[in-house]
Design a protein around this ligand. Structure first.
Ligand SMILES: Nc1ncnc2c1ncn2[C@@H]1O[C@H](COP(=O)(O)OP(=O)(O)OP(=O)(O)O)[C@@H](O)[C@H]1O
Length: 217
């Protein structure tokens, strides 16, 4: 479904371009779950940003269902993210003026795919039913993380991209949130690519890939 080949990416610096990705290829099949690991600064977030169409590679190809997405302009990439991708990053970007229930419905409404029953189910399974009318500022970090996961999955994305989604949670809560995320992703047929520093969390996913020296193994 998502098929990336020979991706390269450098960032400019005072002493010239600094290469981060040196020819990364990876494939993500429908419903597959993959953990992306690697040392700090190895380029995990950079790769996730390219695959999620938040940034463009210097060279290489990314096919989504056979269609090249690297050449798309900003608007087309924004549409693609809205319609096909769920994104759960450390900066959760919940809409501060919307309640939990409204945040969960938010992307699915934008994508014109709002399903009240699915939103209710996600809210309940994420343990947010009694918080549905609260604003994000009145939630704990873990509760906000669950809202972000619900919002991403309510739009039935093809791929869920998660960058350290439980980075600031204790181990037990992180395990619960990841298990729930994987469970819900499986129910909605969503593939999942998750960046994590934790080998323990990585082991819970179907496959692990490791980024080192600009290459995946
Ligand atoms: N916008 C940018 N401009 C310049 N350099 C950048 C930019 N974004 C990332 N980098 C550099 O690219 C390298 C890879 O960064 P990236 O955030 O992808 O790594 P990471 O593996 O996700 O790290 P971490 O695990 O610490 O989050 C780092 O050396 C970083 O300093």
């Amino acid at each position: 479904m998502l098929d990336a080949t020979d991706l390269t990416k450098s960032y400019p610096s005072a002493s010239g371009p600094v290469p981060v990705l040196a020819g990364v290829s990876m494939r993500l099949s429908r419903g597959e779950t993959v953990a992306l690991t690697g040392e700090s600064g190895s380029g995990k977030s950079t790769l996730l940003h390219l695959l999620a169409a938040l940034d463009t590679p210097d060279s290489g190809s990314i096919l989504l269902d056979g269609e090249e997405i690297t050449g798309l302009g900003d608007r087309a990439r924004a549409r693609l993210r809205r319609d096909r991708f769920g994104i759960v990053f450390q900066a959760l970007n919940l809409v501060p003026s919307l309640t939990v229930a409204q945040n969960i419905a938010f992307q699915s409404r934008l994508a014109d795919r709002y399903e009240p029953d699915l939103c209710d189910t996600l809210t309940r399974r994420l343990g947010l039913s009694n918080l549905a009318h609260r604003l994000p500022e009145d939630l704990s970090g873990g509760q906000q993380q669950r809202v972000a996961i619900g919002r991403a999955l309510a739009a039935r994305p093809s791929v869920l991209f998660a960058d350290e989604p439980t980075g600031n949670l204790d181990e037990d809560t992180a395990d619960q949130v990841i298990d729930l995320m994987l469970d819900l992703a499986a129910d909605t047929g969503t593939a999942c690519l998750m960046v994590t520093h934790s080998p323990r969390l990585a082991a819970r996913l179907g496959r692990q890939v490791h980024l080192s020296k600009g290459l995946l193994s």
